[in-house]
Design a protein around this ligand. Structure first.
Ligand SMILES: NC(=O)c1ccc[n+]([C@@H]2O[C@H](COP(=O)([O-])OP(=O)(O)OC[C@H]3O[C@@H](n4cnc5c(N)ncnc54)[C@H](OP(=O)(O)O)[C@@H]3O)[C@@H](O)[C@H]2O)c1
Length: 305
């Protein structure tokens, strides 16, 4: 594994982390504790130390699978979760960005995660009106002072949201989470330059374009109604999958696993600290960790051995 320092946090994170929206049950299947244990146990063996989850991947469900899985080695992990929503049922949540709501969500996350601190607590893709609340950030910074949050972050909804990115330092946030992958390079325009200028860590989410950049799906493929990808526009999906086919032909070296290539592609950008691919099983964790072999040394955020 390779490690990079997450902005000014001083946290050294593996360049490949584990995204766990999948544990919440909106990706076509549900999870049992032994499966979460196996996925995160294998991740740890491979040197992965970063887990991304959220309050609304199920009603704190993903967090409640992670907690027992990492309880015996909690201090070795960088645990990133989020705030701002109440999960009602699959594909249905409501915003809850009020300061009291958020502090209550933090307590629920800590209970589910079976820990007394979160390493990175992220504003979960909320609107600018919720973001621009001083009372919200005051409440969060008080939780930093009492030690329940080690660092604050912002997971921007639109990957062109410079409004929130440019105010990160002012609100006390040290990392940005953003959609970035070979099919969607929008953050390169303004978000990444702002991150570099403020020395923010960057977590690239959806690095496999929801699995499309693995190369295993073809135009015309469709997902079941219990899979979040079934909610996409079918024509747009086919267009993206045609683009993936072209990228596979023209950019991915012969014999290289396309998913690993796609993760390494994200990690080339000087602003990107880490990628957090969602992993559904142990084989995907292994394939994603193997991307490290394709990552060049010499990145500005590298932790030198
Ligand atoms: N607003 C936010 O803050 C926000 C929003 C979205 C995501 N996130 C975070 O970012 C993480 C990653 O995003 P994502 O899960 O939406 O998208 P992603 O990482 O681009 O794609 C994940 C999907 O790709 C497939 N996959 C993973 N590894 C693979 C491999 N090696 N080979 C082939 N297929 C593979 C799996 O689905 P199949 O096997 O079924 O194809 C998996 O569910 C999430 O888990 C979550 O933690 C945050």
């Amino acid at each position: 594994m390779k490690y990079r320092t997450l902005g000014s946090t001083g946290l050294n994170v593996s360049v490949v982390g584990v995204g766990t929206w999948q544990f919440g049950g909106e990706w076509g299947r549900s999870y049992e504790q032994r499966e979460a244990d196996a996925i995160l146990g294998r991740a740890r063996e491979l040197g992965i130390n970063l887990i991304d989850t959220a309050e609304c991947y199920g009603d704190h469900l993903s967090e409640s699978l992670i907690g027992p899985a990492i309880r015996s080695n909690r201090s070795e992990w960088v645990l990133a979760t989020k705030f701002g929503h109440h999960f009602h049922r699959p594909f249905e949540r409501t915003d809850e960005f009020g300061p009291a709501d958020v502090v209550r969500q933090l307590e629920q996350s800590l209970r589910a995660l079976q820990t007394d601190y979160v390493d990175l607590y992220q504003f979960h893709s909320g609107p600018d009106a919720a973001f621009d609340s001083d009372t919200l950030w005051d409440a969060l910074n008080r939780q930093v002072e009492v030690g329940k949050i080690r660092h604050l972050g912002i997971s921007i909804g639109s990957n062109r949201n410079v409004h929130q990115t440019s105010r990160a330092t002012a609100v006390g946030a040290e990392a940005i989470q953003v959609v970035y992958n070979r099919l969607d390079r929008a953050p390169e325009e303004a978000v990444f330059p702002s991150c570099v200028e403020q020395r923010l860590g960057v977590l690239a989410r959806v690095p496999l374009a929801s699995g499309f950049l693995s190369g295993k799906y073809k135009p015309g493929d469709r997902f079941g109604s219990d899979d979040v990808r079934s909610r996409r526009d079918a024509d747009e999906q086919d267009r993206l999958l045609r683009e993936v086919e072209e990228i596979g032909r023209s950019e991915v070296p012969e014999g290289t696993d396309m998913a690993a290539w796609a993760l390494a592609w994200c990690l080339r950008h000087p602003a990107v600290t880490t990628v957090i691919p969602g992993c559904k099983d142990v084989a995907q964790v292994e394939a994603n960790a193997a991307a490290v072999a394709l990552v060049q040394d010499g990145h500005p955020q590298d932790v030198r051995a």
